[in-house]
Design a protein around this ligand. Sequence first.
Ligand code: PEP
Ligand code: MN
Length: 295
Amino acid sequence: MAPNSQWNGQFSRFDLVAKTAERCRTVIHIRELTIGDSAFVVMAGPCAVESEQQLLTTAEAIAQAGAQVLRGGAFKPRSSPYSFQGLGVDGLKLLSKARRETGLAIVTEVMSEEDVDIVAEYADIMQVGTRSMENYSLLEALGGCGRPVLLKRGMTARLEELLQSAQIIAEAGNPEIILCERGIRTFETATRNTLDLAAVPVLKTVSHLPVIVDPSHGTGIRCLVPLMARAAAVIGSDGLLIEAHPTPEKAWSDAAQTLSLEEFDEMMRDLRRYVHFAPVFDIVGPQLLVAGGPN
Ligand code: PEP
Ligand code: MN
């Protein structure tokens, strides 16, 4: 894809994450898994770790359906102080048990710099949530955590600001970053957030980092998730982050956007028909390397 000249210099000043002729793509290796090469990686699981039975049932089902990474929040950033805040370290222990039993890698959120060491002890991938994208002391602390970081786009952040946060993690010593489009706040209220799918080809063109899409938070509506997942696969996303639960209607958080395990399996079967259509983003436009530009 020929880069749009409007992007001249807008992104290239984040030199550690910007795409260059020498650095077209970053491939991240996690256990037997690679993210950022031609594989399409699906990360799935409940919004929050609730119990051993909930997590293990989910883990087995998503592994069977073809997912490679189990997600589940142990430290939950909730907008209301009265909502369930997560099981904390007990949740991390359950995630690690699920990994032992299924071989799935684990992604889970880290909310504060004080928790970086404990989360890194259990997680294969450290998730930075939308509310923390601008928590600069957390981003800096992740520079030395020794684990890849899944960096979610802030709900009011421009792509430039997402890449700025990625640059901070890279500058702090950690080049293994996966970007995640999870929807942004707009005036639209029919969906929970506005899933900005154009972010995928833009980010894949201007940055060498892998990009995944989270249609669960991106739409907030269960029936839209498989359709948006299909779209993400077709436009060249490196993977997905999906909320799934054995009994979604009883999920302690994000029930309305969570797939049942049967729906998840159906989505995975559907995706097999579409991942081959994804464009390749290995081309570097020389104009992207020019400093300066709009903004
Ligand atoms: C989550 O993944 O459950 C989550 C809280 O996501 P976000 O930070 O995108 O809201
Ligand atoms: Mn959630």
